[in-house]
Design a protein around this ligand. Structure first.
Ligand code: SF4
Length: 224
C-alpha cells in the first residue's frame, strides 16, 4: 500500500455528499470555507466519532478491520478518510505487510439516518473504493457497505460501472467549479429547510452569487 499524502488541490470525498445535496452548498463549504452545524451535521459527526478510533485494527475470523483509514486517489484528485476498511481474505486480494495470505480491502461507511434514493452515500463509498484500488494496486472492489444508524442495517452496495462513471462525471464537475472558484447561484428547493447552511446561503437573496458578496454588501450599506 502506498502512503497517503494529501495534496492541497485534492477535493474532499465527503464533499460528494454536499455536492449531491446542492451544488451551492458544496461551493459554500469547499470553495468559500463557510460552515454551520445543525442537527443533521452534528449528529453525523457524533456518528462518525463512534466509528473513528485511529489506528485501531482487529481481526474477526477471515476479516481484518481498520478504522479511520486515510485514502487518496491521485488519478481522481480526491482524498478522505474511510470510517472502516475491512480486509477480506481472498485469493484475488493483495499481500498486506505483517499478515499472511491475500486480502481485499472493502470500505464500510457509517451514516446517520437510512438509505436514500439519491446516490450521495453510494458515490462517497465508490470514491473510497477507487482510492483503495489505486493505493493497493488491487482488482476492482465489486461491493462495499454502508451502515445506517437509524435502521441499524448494513446496505450492500454494488460498485457498478454506471456508478463509477457517475462519480467521475461528478468529480469533473466539482473540479471545474473549484478551479474557477465559482459558487453557483441560489436555486431554492424543498431541501433548503433542512440545509445546515441556510442562514449563510440566504436563499431569498438570489442576486448575490456568493455569501462573501452578500457580507461585503451589508458592510457597505452599514458604512462599515
Ligand atoms: S439553503 Fe438551499 S440553495 Fe442554499 S445551500 Fe442550502 S440547499 Fe443550497
Amino acid at each position: 500500500m502506498q502512503g497517503v499524502n494529501v495534496d492541497d488541490g485534492d477535493l474532499l470525498i465527503s464533499g460528494l455528499q454536499h455536492f449531491s445535496f446542492c451544488r451551492r452548498q458544496w461551493a459554500l463549504i469547499h470553495i468559500e470555507q463557510q460552515w454551520a452545524d445543525n442537527f443533521y451535521t452534528t449528529d453525523g459527526i457524533l456518528m462518525h466519532e463512534a466509528a473513528d478510533d485511529p489506528f485501531f485494527t482487529e481481526k474477526r475470523g477471515d476479516i481484518i478491520v481498520s478504522r479511520s483509514v486515510p485514502v487518496r486517489s491521485e488519478r481522481l484528485g480526491v482524498a478522505g478518510v474511510c470510517d472502516v476498511v475491512e480486509y477480506h481474505a481472498s485469493p484475488h486480494g493483495v499481500p498486506i505487510a505483517g499478515r499472511e495470505g491475500k486480502w481485499l480491502p472493502v470500505p464500510v461507511e457509517y451514516k446517520r439516518g437510512k438509505s436514500k434514493e439519491i446516490d450521495a452515500d453510494r458515490l462517497q463509498l465508490c470514491a473510497q473504493a477507487i482510492c483503495l484500488e489505486e493505493m493497493f494496486c488491487c482488482p476492482k472492489i465489486e461491493v462495499a457497505y454502508i451502515y445506517y444508524g437509524e435502521t441499524r442495517r448494513r446496505e450492500k452496495v454494488t460498485l457498478t460501472d454506471e456508478l463509477r462513471a457517475k462519480l467521475e462525471s461528478m468529480i469533473a464537475e466539482m473540479r471545474a467549479l473549484y478551479n474557477r472558484g465559482y459558487t453557483p447561484i441560489v436555486k431554492p428547493t424543498k431541501q433548503c429547510s433542512a440545509c445546515s447552511l441556510k442562514d449563510i446561503c440566504l436563499p431569498k437573496l438570489r442576486k448575490f452569487v456568493s455569501a462573501k458578496e452578500y457580507t461585503s454588501a451589508i458592510w457597505t450599506v452599514d458604512g462599515l
